[in-house]
Ligand binder design. Structure first.
Ligand code: ATP
Length: 252
């Protein structure tokens, strides 16, 4: 295991759905403490990439976490290797409370350290309590997801994804449907997660969130990486603007 190499790396990741080449030869890296964006027009292959990395769809190429190849492992084994994800359509159990939703996924994980790093205090409770405190959810612990704002529900989803050993976190459109303030608050949580020592890959259509939160960005179009760099660099890239032609980015 390398402590200096990337936390998450792929080389040549390729996914074919019948006649559609949904991901073509995608090589990316995300380092410790980094938030890296993965953006691209609708249908560019972003969710396919997350599915391929986490083992939910078959792919060619390699996936490594902290230098260890995990591409032959089943999804739950990749989770144990430190790869956590959220889903595009929230995955909360509507009949369970916030506490129960997080507890379902909980084991001993990084939340304890993250919580004490951020607060300078040692948690007395377990991992679930650490998650509650870290994301400010302790006041809604006994509520059900349907009673919370969408922003809170999204944060519960992230807390739940992080319950367990985590080195890299993949967020698939986590801020969809949030208003500007909620999105900014959410972005702060994402930065805090990376600051604690995780590697974060963020997929989102909200360019303000991506520009505010990401250190670097990869741009996908038709399943392939067409640009990478800082948010400023990629958003100014003519190839990226052409890929987004007709969408919001082309008009700003
Ligand atoms: N299970 C599947 N079977 C067949 N084709 C699929 C499947 N999932 C995705 N595709 C196709 O693969 C391509 C990439 O889709 P994907 O959902 O990964 O894109 P995306 O960038 O996440 O899009 P969006 O931004 O709209 O969520 C699209 O052409 C899509 O129609």
């Amino acid at each position: 295991m390398s402590e200096t190499g990337p936390v998450l790396a792929t080389t040549g990741l390729t996914v074919r759905y019948g006649g559609v080449l949904a991901n073509t030869d995608i090589s990316i890296r995300v380092d410790k403490h980094e938030v890296v964006g993965l953006i691209g027009p609708n249908g560019a292959g972003k969710t396919t990439f997350v599915d391929a990395v986490t083992g939910f769809t078959p792919a060619r190429g390699t996936v490594s976490v902290a230098g260890r190849r995990i591409d032959r492992l089943a999804p739950h084994q990749r989770r144990l290797a430190g790869l956590a994800r959220t889903w595009q359509a929230g995955e909360l159990f509507t009949d369970l409370t916030v506490r129960q939703n997080i507890a379902v996924a909980s084991g001993r994980g990084p939340l304890h350290n993250l919580w004490s790093d951020l607060t300078g205090r040692r948690g007395s409770g377990d991992d679930v309590d650490a998650a509650m405190e870290l994301f400010g959810l302790q006041f809604v612990a006994d509520r059900r997801p349907g009673e919370l704002s969408l922003g809170r529900q999204k944060i519960v989803g992230v807390a739940r994804a992080l319950a367990g050993p985590t080195r890299a976190l993949l967020l698939d459109e986590p801020a969809a449907g949030l208003d500007t303030d909620e999105s900014a608050e959410f972005g702060g949580h994402v930065r805090a997660i990376a600051a604690s020592g995780l590697a974060v890959l963020l997929i989102d259509h909200d360019m303000n969130l991506v520009a505010d939160v990401c250190d670097r960005v990869y741009v996908l179009d038709y399943g392939a990486v067409i640009a990478d760099g800082t948010p400023g660099e990629v958003l100014a890239d003519p190839a990226v603007r052409t890929a987004y032609l007709g969408s919001e980015l082309a008009h700003d």
